[in-house]
Design a protein around this ligand. Structure first.
Ligand code: CAA
Ligand code: FAD
Length: 380
């Protein structure tokens, strides 16, 4: 067993670190305050190959593996967790779904521009009354022969306002339960497809989250992904990979907060010495280091399983569950290490705490991860 990163992985990690430091850091507080989408940075992420990381070069992607993907997400999330989720939803939910289950025509038409970073993707599963209970889809796709007629509302869609292509899940035949659910690509601008107002959020404020409204939207039959009735499994398998991405995002948030807390603890003096020399602060730093390393190992193991084509559903859920809990705990402790300074925006840790919270909610709440893990344990 080798825990060292290859030279190529180290170079990719360094490229992501440099990008985050040079392109994301300067405006991150302002973007958070104004809830401004990082347009220029997302364009550069496309140029660097970060928007189609696991897609082969023949489809416009970077042709890298899931481990490389987690390294990049961790570095980006250390500085800007909003940019990380924009990238994660686009890569692991939309590009992956199209690459794994799309037809050659769908890959040429939709995946190629997405993977090369020219277009942005969004994944639309959740609804006002169907979040954790994802099979109870109310959005309906009526089979009209050569097309589907889409009606309904999706909620909380990341990249919702800025995406060009939307991977939308909808119920075609309710009598078949989850086997009556389909997945479609819907293009922005299609008649009857409206984007709802932007949500005003606690964290990840510079990623845009919108509801999507469909009224008699005509979706060509060739835009359905996979066989009739495959939509729910397509979403579940896609989310398995997505959870590795969110684990890496959470890990980055935790590691970013830890780096700041460590540096601050060496600089800040009380009672005649740096606070890092007080044992109470040292124990916080020690706990952070242990938990972050454990989260990193779980995340990389899940990525390694995916890369080596072994089952990874349980491990992805374990990584996402643990890393998101570590992100929340670490960011709260990082504020504590900063004292009053941690409570104001310019020290970054309060934003990281607000950003951390969502990692326990989206792509399946912590309760749903436990449910997935428990089912896998009991099935084995
Ligand atoms: N891979 C393949 N198939 C799977 C699967 C997986 N990981 N998980 C379930 N399935 C299959 C099952 O085998 C079953 O098929 P069969 O009947 O043929 O055996 C079918 O799907 C239904 O599965 P369940 O009976 O387990 O379904 P359930 O109703 O009990 O729900 C659940 C399972 C795990 C709770 C699921 O609903 C779930 O994951 N909920 C959370 C939803 C979620 O994560 N949403 C995230 C939205 S995207 C997002 O949030 C993006 C973002 O923020 C950026
Ligand atoms: P509910 O399902 O109503 O859950 C409420 C509470 O009950 C939670 O604590 C939950 O864990 C608990 N609970 C529910 N069922 C059970 C159970 N069986 N056992 C134990 N506890 C349970 N969705 C998308 O499709 N695409 C996106 O791009 C996307 N981006 C998002 C971005 C943001 C900022 C947010 C806030 C959400 C996003 N979501 C997205 C939706 C997200 O995936 C859902 O919010 C999440 O899955 C939870 O669903 P819910 O909000 O309906 O909560």
């Amino acid at each position: 067993m080798n825990f060292n990163l290859s030279e190529e992985h180290q170079m990719i990690q360094q490229a992501a670190k440099d990008f985050a430091e040079q392109e994301l850091k300067a405006g991150v507080i302002e973007r958070d305050e104004k809830a401004e989408f990082p347009y220029d940075a997302v364009k550069k992420m496309g140029e660097l190959g970060f928007m189609g990381m696991m897609i082969p070069e023949s489809y416009g992607g970077a042709g890298l593996d899931c481990l490389a993907y987690t390294l990049v997400l961790e570095e980006i999330a250390k500085i800007d967790a909003s940019a990380a989720v924009i990238m994660s939803a686009h890569n692991s939910l939309v590009c992956y779904g199209l690459y794994e289950f799309g037809t050659e025509n769908q890959k040429q038409q939709f995946l190629r521009p997405l993977a090369s970073g020219q277009k942005l993707g969004a994944f639309a599963l959740s609804e006002p009354e169907a979040g954790s209970d994802a099979t109870s889809q109310h959005t309906h796709a009526l089979d009209m022969g050569d097309h589907y007629l889409l009606n309904g509302t999706k909620n909380w869609i990341t990249n919702g306002g800025n995406a060009d292509f939307y991977l939308v899940i909808a119920q075609t035949d309710i009598s078949k339960g989850h086997k009556g659910i389909n997945a479609f690509i819907v293009e922005k601008g299609t008649a009857g497809f409206e984007i709802g107002p932007k949500e005003n959020k606690l964290g990840i404020r510079s990623s845009d989250t919108h509801s999507l409204l469909f009224t008699d939207v005509k979706v060509p039959k060739e835009n359905r992904i996979g066989a009739d009735g495959f939509g729910f499994k397509c979403a579940m398998q896609t989310l398995d990979g997505g959870r590795i991405g969110i684990a890496a995002q959470a890990l980055g948030i935790a590691a970013g907060a830890y780096d700041l807390a460590l540096a601050y603890s060496k600089a800040r003096k009380t009672f005649g010495k740096p606070i890092s020399e007080h044992q109470a602060i040292q124990f916080k730093l020690a706990d952070m280091e242990v938990e972050i390393e454990a989260a990193r190992l779980l995340t990389r193991k899940a990525a390694w399983l995916k890369d080596s084509h072994q089952p990874y559903s349980k491990e992805a859920a374990m990584a996402k569950l643990f890393a998101s809990e570590v992100a929340m705990k670490t960011t709260i402790e990082a504020i504590q290490v900063h004292g009053g300074y941690g409570y104001v925006k310019e020290y970054h840790v309060e934003r990281l705490m607000r950003d951390a919270k969502i990692t326990q909610i989206y792509e399946g709440t912590s309760e749903i991860q436990r449910l997935v893990i428990a089912r896998e344990i009991l099935r084995a």
